[in-house]
Design a protein around this ligand. Sequence first.
Ligand code: ADE
Length: 259
Amino acid sequence: MKVDILTLFPEMFPGYLNRSMLQRAQNAGFLQVKLHNIRDYARGKHRVTDEAPYGGGGGMVLKPQPLFAAVESVLDGEDIAFKSIPVILLTPQGRTFSQDIAEELAGEERLVLICGRYEGVDERVREHLATDEISIGDYVLTGGELAAMVIVDAVTRQIPGVLGAEGAAERDSYATGLLEGPQYTRPEVFRGWAVPEVLLSGHAARIEDWKRQQALRRTWRRRPELLLKTSLSEEDKRFLDTLTPEDVLKAGNEDVPGG
Ligand code: ADE
């Protein structure tokens, strides 16, 4: 997959993109990221990229000209006209990013991500340039750069072959539709807290059952609405029936963050 990122701050990206899984994905040819500085496409001696909004209201708005010029230099006219390549504007007003959207985008050969900045982006960019608008959550960031990195990360994990361990992406929280259950590593006892017995039993089937139940319990306690969207076996349902609402309300509940 090739990803073109349009930003006023290309220097923000290498520290994250050129490490760990994303670095390996690039080295192995699964991912190619090209950073484009929006300022390079701005006309005029001063290469102005933002101006005060018409009608007042304070703040600055990204001008359409540099963004159109940048996309037009990155994609050919046909791709723009036929909207055959997603041109995604990162904005808090977009559809909320999710694992489903990551999977959907992983099927594309190319993506163009436009990082908004300042107080806003000229509306003509939304109307006539972007094919999609994505938010990474209901909060306002200073710009779309973090959102672009989040999307590149989550999407790259979904590209077949990127993750070494077979099926690791499928086991991730949300990919199974459930939150992941607890995980432990050495030592067996840390400051008096022991690893659950079953994980040391060497009994593969019992361990799998336990992991599934932990994932179901955690999801039921923290994000019960996810259970409505995932497919549950009869055994899953029987297990969920054994959980009581009081479990959630228990004082000092270890499974509720801050509980
Ligand atoms: N730019 C500013 N806030 C954002 C958000 N929550 N998601 C995507 N882009 C943004």
